[in-house]
Each structure stands twice: as structure tokens, then as C-alpha cells.
Write a protein that binds this ligand. Structure first.
Ligand code: CP3
Length: 343
């Protein structure tokens, strides 16, 4: 099997010759070759330069040979393409003018991603061409709630008090904002498929902060819209929500082909609760990769045993951390190759 065949078969719960593997945020600061590129250009310039973005996307594939290559960009580039300027400091994304009113939500524009995000489309085309069959190319979009949380808070948050206050006191504004984000993200995801993405992951990272009832009202309908567009475009949709334990049944209702599970819950339990119709991805704690190759191999093996041989993509429970030693990242990617055929 080629790597894309292995990856797509697992997403569709079909038999594989071995469990496919990749790591969320695998193109990033733990790699010296990424830091070398970043010493020359700032983060936004990197995202906006197709050749450099493609080079950085390919770095982990060249070094480790995982089965999927995630395109280099950021979930916040979509927000910028809708007309809200974003900057990146040490603390993550920053929105210069947070969206706190209906007028501000209405000012955001549903642009044509082929034009407003043409650099990402070009990066996808170059990367797909360079990959050939070495790895499946994965596109991504932010989940509408996660994008809204940055737009309303103005940046990252501990309590999400500002966006939650909007949900509970100005729900019409919240729904208008979420609907617009979902509309654009659906277009953006489909454009990525046209440009060569073979699967698309929806990163609704911070939707895990919502109560199940709020998730059902403010996250699920908008995720479902984006997931539907991805599936209609003919590729698997993967959904990731950090802290999904209390919402697994709701996540399955999004109709995603694959649910990406964080490390706070047992993968056997997640597998059972999701039922046989859904593939799982995950769920090794990224902090395990701060230990030693032996410990990493054992944890990867345990995740593969827990998920079973069909319908599992081995991955981390969230993004790889910048202090991760290279030999631990390598041990993770090698683990399925060492484990022999699934039983
Ligand atoms: O391999 C890959 O997955 C790289 C592509 C990628 C990035 N961001 C690059 C990046 C992807 C898929 C993302 C998604 C993203 N961005 C998410 C969802 C996934 C998750 O991890 O929960 C979120 C919430 C963001 C917003 C964001 N961008 C934050 C919070 C930060 C700062 C966090 C940090 O690690 O510093 C960023 C910046 C960012 N995005 C970096 C990278 C490599 C670090 C910036 C740098 O190089 O200086």
C-alpha cells in the first residue's frame, strides 16, 4: 500500500497493511530546519509564501516519513481573509479589532478563497506535486467556534468569558458570526480539496470549553456544515476538539469520517462510544514525547492496541510541543512499522 492509500483506507475504516501515522502540528518549532526558515522570515510571511510554506510542510516527511503531510498555514489565515487583521506574538494570535457587535460581525466578508487565500492554494498544489505517493496531503480549517473565540476575545483566553458572555447575552450576534465563519470555512475547505488536499481536518480546538448544551447550539451545527461540504467534495473529514470526553456522541453527530481524540480519555472507551461507523485518530499525550524513545514506542503501541487495527490513524492528542526531542518524534512515527501487521 502507498502512504495515501493506507491513510485514506483507515479514514474509511477499511483494512490497512499497518496503522497510518502523522502528528498534529508536525511542521513546527521542534524541527531545527523549521527554526532555520523562521530565522529568516516571520510567521505570517511564511504562511503567505507558497514555496516556503510547501518546503516547511515537507520537512517532517523528508525527515521521518509519516503517512500524512499537513499543509503549513494557520487557522487564523481564514479570519484575515475575511477582513480581520491578525498578528502573531509569543502568546499566539492577536486580533487588532475584536468583534463584539452585530455591526462588526456584518463587516466580515465571505470572500472567494481562491483569491483571498491564493497563496495556500498554490502551496497545496506545489506540495501535492512534490509528494507524489509519499504521503497523503491534508488540508485544514479552524472550527467556527474556535475562530469566533479568537475574534471575540481578541486572542487566546483562559476562561473564554468574553465569547461565552456573547453566547449567553447576545446569541443573535454569536449565531450571525458563527454562520458567516462556517460559510467561509466550507468554501475554503472545498477550495483546498480542488487544490489537491486528500482529506481535510477541522480544528475546533476550543469547542471543548463549552457545556454539552452550548456545544449543541453553538458548535455542532456549524461543524456539521463544514464537515458536510468536505464530504461532498469527495474526501474524508476529520474533526478535532480538545477535551472531547464529555461530547463524543455530539462529535459523532457532525458526520465526520474520523474523530480525533485527545489524551484525556481512554481510546478503547472512545472507540466503543463512537461505534463502528466512525474512525478514530489519536491519542498519545504530546508530553509523552518529552520522555524517551522507549516510552514513546510503548505509548504508541498501547494506542494502536486500544483502537484496534481497523479505522485508526495513530496521532497525538494535540499538537507536538516545541521542546520535543527529534528521537522521540522519530520513535512515534516508527512505532507502527515496528509493530508488524495488525491482528
Ligand atoms: O504541522 C502543522 O500542523 C502546522 C500547521 C498549523 C499551524 N497552526 C502552524 C503554527 C496548524 C494546523 C495550526 C492550527 C492552529 N493554529 C490551531 C488548531 C490546532 C491546535 O493546535 O489546537 C490553533 C488553535 C491555532 C492558533 C495558533 N497559531 C496558536 C494558539 C499559535 C501559538 C501557539 C504556539 O505554538 O506558539 C499559533 C502560531 C503557530 N501556528 C505556530 C505554528 C508552527 C508557531 C508560530 C511560530 O513559528 O513562531
Amino acid at each position: 500500500m502507498t502512504a495515501p492509500e493506507r491513510f485514506l483506507a483507515a479514514c474509511k475504516r477499511m483494512p490497512v497493511d499497518r496503522t497510518p501515522v502523522w502528528m498534529m502540528r508536525q511542521a513546527g518549532r521542534y524541527l531545527p530546519e523549521y527554526r532555520a526558515v523562521r530565522s529568516r522570515v516571520d510567521f505570517l510571511t511564511l504562511c503567505r509564501s507558497p514555496d516556503l510554506a510547501s518546503e516547511v510542510s515537507l520537512q517532517p516527511i523528508e525527515r521521518f516519513g509519516m503517512d500524512a503531510c499537513v499543509i503549513f498555514s494557520d487557522i487564523m489565515m481564514a479570519v484575515e481573509a475575511m477582513g480581520a487583521p491578525v498578528s502573531f506574538g509569543d502568546g499566539g494570535p492577536h486580533i487588532d479589532e475584536p468583534v463584539r457587535s452585530m455591526a462588526a460581525a456584518e463587516r466580515l466578508r465571505v470572500t472567494d478563497p481562491e483569491t483571498s487565500l491564493s497563496y495556500t492554494m498554490e502551496a497545496l498544489r506545489i506540495t501535492r506535486e512534490a509528494l507524489r505517493d509519499r504521503a497523503a496531503l491534508v488540508g485544514f480549517v479552524g472550527g467556527p467556534f474556535t475562530l469566533a473565540s479568537y475574534l471575540v476575545e481578541g486572542g487566546g483566553s483562559r476562561s473564554y468569558a468574553t465569547i461565552k458572555t456573547m453566547l449567553y447575552t447576545q446569541s443573535a450576534v454569536a449565531h450571525a458570526l458563527l454562520a458567516k465563519l462556517a460559510e467561509f470555512c466550507a468554501l475554503y475547505a472545498v477550495a483546498q480539496v480542488r487544490a489537491g488536499a486528500q482529506a481535510v481536518q477541522v480544528f475546533d480546538t476550543w469547542a471543548g470549553e463549552l457545556s454539552p448544551a452550548a456545544y449543541e447550539e453553538f458548535a455542532l451545527p456549524y461543524q456539521t456544515k463544514v464537515v458536510g461540504a468536505i464530504r461532498e467534495a469527495g474526501v474524508p473529514a476529520i474533526i478535532f476538539v480538545n477535551g472531547c470526553a464529555g461530547k463524543l456522541d455530539l462529535l459523532a453527530q457532525s458526520n465526520a469520517d474520523v474523530v480525533s481524540v485527545d489524551w484525556r480519555l481512554d481510546l478503547r472507551n472512545a472507540r466503543e462510544r463512537l461505534g463502528p461507523g466512525v474512525a478514530v485518530q489519536g491519542n498519545v499525550d504530546p508530553c509523552i514525547l518529552l520522555s524517551s524513545p522507549l516510552v514513546v514506542s510503548a505509548a504508541a503501541r498501547e494506542a494502536m492496541d486500544a483502537a484496534g487495527p481497523v479505522g485508526h490513524v495513530l496521532n497525538l492528542g494535540h499538537g507536538i510541543l516545541p521542546p520535543t526531542p527529534i528521537e522521540c518524534a522519530r520513535a512515534f512515527v516508527e512505532a507502527p512499522k515496528l509493530s508488524g501487521l495488525p491482528v
